[in-house]
Design a protein around this ligand. Sequence first.
Ligand code: N0T
Length: 560
Amino acid sequence: SGIFLSFFIHAQEIPRLQKKGTATQLVVGKKPFLILGGELGNSSASSFLDIERDFPKLQQMGLNTVLVPAYWDLIEPEEGKFDFGLIDKTIDQARKNNLKVVFLWFGSYKNSMSCYAPLWLKKDYKKYPRAYSKVGKPMEIASSFSENVLKADNKVFCELMKHISLVDKTQGTVIMVQVENEIGMLEGARDYSKEANATFNNQVPEALMKFLTKNKKELHPSLLEKWGKQGFKTKGNWQEIFGNDLYTDELFTSYYYAQYVEKLAKTARSIHNIPLYVNAAMNSRNRLPGEYPAGGPLAHLIDIWHAGAPSIDMLSPDLYDGDFTSWSAKYRLHHNPLFVPEIKMTQNNGVQAFYAFGEHDAIGYSPFSIENNSESGSKRLSEAYSKLKQLMPVLTKYQGQGQSKGLLFDQKNTERMINYDDLKITARHFFSLPWDPRSKDGSIWPEGGGLILRLAKDEYIVAGSGIVVEFDKENEKKEIQTKDLGEDGFAAQGGKNQTQNTWNGGKRVGIGSVDEISIDETGKFIPIRRLNGDQTHQGRHVRIGVDDFQILHVKLYEYQ
Ligand code: N0T
């Protein structure tokens, strides 16, 4: 029974995913966990000194998780000899600084290239052939159609997973692994090596066509259209089924990259069964496949990736091109939870994180090159993360039932309406109030954002930074003009401060009380201060300034 018991305890400690309503939760140490993350720059985990120096800083920044490269070339500098020194150092420093780790497998593919393959492999291009461009140029990309490349990558990845299992099975410091990094094809939409060409002219695998047929109703619209144009054939080569263009080449690339990744994922699962994901560089700025890394887990290729790599839990976007709301929505799907492993580091990361968790039940959020954050960026992120850490037990308790919404505003998108039954919530950027000089002196507005969580019909959490929120009944006719009121509630210019219309009857909703709170680890609310005066415009709205992050507990009431 000792063996049984220890197996049982170990089994429970391994991080895993679970479904809760429409949400997917990452469970770490038996509790649902939100990754308040940051990803290290590419070279910072290759130095023992850097790891020692940076990890305490990351903890101070409020991170609970760090995303760290695991480099093939440094793990297997000589074929068959493995060195896990940097992995051990990372895990050790993470534990000392109360951080979890996501390892990024820089294996055969790093931003499409094979720069992290060890030199012995790079040099032996006969045994480990290259991908070729359309004109027959060998590239610094190992061909994923080579059995030898796959075998070598899979072997070292297997050793890595064994090692993680050995040192971490009972502790669960390593919570996920990313397989490869921004896999995709450059210079063209596919590999033109001999093997690749032969495969391209073969029949499209039956398994893929079965998958697409079975899931036809929920395929990405662009894939459905492309397939439909050729008459929804299920037998033939790639061009016969999908047409003769670059995007067909890309479908081919994505399926075989997915199959490559699937082999590694299966290996990992059989050794140490923690969540696995694959990240993608976006196809932004109107580029064509091959101009952007073709065939990675892009939004329009998600079905192909699901067919080709069923052992992967999540397909995840790396976001460097602005418009967080629209990119994130493309990846929050009923069959794909949102995890943002990389996002450009800016002063707005904190509010974006609130949005990701509030709107999309995200698994996590993680700015890139985190150890290089500026002093002001670090301060702002740590304020956001510290509030999100407090919110974690409450957010995860209500996840998956449509109780929370995210807010994210900038100078162009300043307002959002939200309805819960007959309650109408109007949320705006804080600078929609004209009281702060920065709202109209030409300054670029910092993004405002946060989340609204409905605890009960008359009880809400409003949290974040740079937002103002009003509550009304759906049918209530607005008759009080607040726009020329000063912060103290009196008209800025004196004179009349309200316009009377006629009243159409019906119940109204009022703000009963607003408290700034903190939340303890069990999810209990601890009041800090009451905000029923100027700070809520004498009961007219709930707001959080652009320079602070706060958690507000709002009670509403009805009157007639
Ligand atoms: C990312 C990072 C690192 C305005 C780039 C993003 C990381 C990789 N690639 O610093 O290389 O390892 O995953 C590529 C997208 C950049 C687009 C910039 C557009």
